[in-house]
Design a protein around this ligand. Structure first.
Ligand SMILES: Nc1ncnc2c1ncn2[C@@H]1O[C@H](COP(=O)(O)OP(=O)(O)OP(=O)(O)O)[C@@H](O)[C@H]1O
Length: 260
């Protein structure tokens, strides 16, 4: 198996605060990981390292065989798909949906060139269709519902056929119907043999799509548990990480959790 992401004894310190503390973690190309943990556990910071958007204070981060600090991140970043609300905030509100996705191929937000390659336009339309957005292709991004905008963010992230896909809370703020629609689409995408390695940060076990294989539980900047999803997402581990008694159940490939 080939690893796409490797953290060795990684710490991140900002303003004398230790955000990640001696984290070691490996993601292989066939794996789909969910990262869970309480507010402030360091999940977003971890994803920023994986996205080559940040360097560690100490330790080694290797992304797609390139070690941060010894590689040109501007060459590395196009190989990584990253969907986050921070990214979505950079998209102009009046941008057409098809252009939000298309411009990923040119590593920009906001359409700037009137003559894009036909092959890119065709791919953008195909990706929109895969994420059930084809009927919205000509709409303005800012006029979409939260659920539609989240799907556009993911479509943009997969437009470049990345080798590593990073999703920061893709289902946050969605209503039940939109969440279930997104979780189903993500589950289908993650189950395809040709899908890239995926790392998804979420706050809720209910948002983990069926087909995800591994879980990393962070707490206070350290790894509380990591490994196969059924061995990590347990009542005991979640209770320990979140600091209160929790009961976890699994049904038809999906998890639920509640106070015990
Ligand atoms: N530049 C910084 N200086 C000091 N502390 C920081 C800085 N950036 C982040 N932090 C702190 O680091 C901790 C981890 O932040 P991070 O956003 O990675 O956590 P998270 O697990 O994603 O949290 P949440 O679930 O609330 O989104 C938080 O307590 C945050 O306040």
């Amino acid at each position: 198996m080939t690893s796409v992401l490797q953290l060795s004894d990684v710490s991140v310190v900002r303003d004398r605060t230790t955000i990640l503390d001696s984290v070691s973690w490996t993601v292989d190309e066939s794996e789909r990981w969910v990262v869970l943990g309480p507010n402030g556990a360091g999940k977003t910071t971890l994803l920023q390292l994986a996205a080559a958007q940040m360097h560690p204070t100490s330790g080694r981060v290797t992304v797609l065989d390139d070690t941060l600090g010894r590689t040109d991140v501007f060459e590395l970043r196009p190989r990584i798909g990253f969907a986050s609300s921070a990214m979505a905030r950079r998209v102009p509100r009046d941008e057409q949906v098809v252009d939000v996705v298309l411009t990923a191929a040119y590593s920009v937000t906001g359409r700037w060139n009137e003559s894009y390659d036909d092959v890119d336009v065709r791919r953008a339309r195909r990706v929109l269709s895969e994420w059930k957005l084809d009927h919205l292709a000509e709409r303005r991004f800012g006029a979409l519902s939260d659920g539609e905008q989240k799907r556009v963010q993911i479509a943009r992230a997969v437009m470049t056929d990345p080798e590593l896909l990073l999703l920061d809370e893709p289902a946050a703020s969605l209503d039940l119907g939109s969440r279930e629609e997104l979780v189903q689409l993500l589950g289908g995408f993650a189950s395809a043999a040709e899908a890239p390695a995926i790392v998804m940060v979420t706050h809720h076990v209910e948002e983990i799509p069926a087909g995800f294989t591994h879980a990393l539980l962070l707490s206070g900047g350290t790894v509380h548990a990591a490994g196969l999803i059924d061995e990590v997402i347990t009542s005991e581990n979640l209770s320990g990480a979140f600091g209160l008694p929790l009961a976890v159940t699994k049904d038809a490939g999906r998890f639920t959790a509640r106070a015990a």
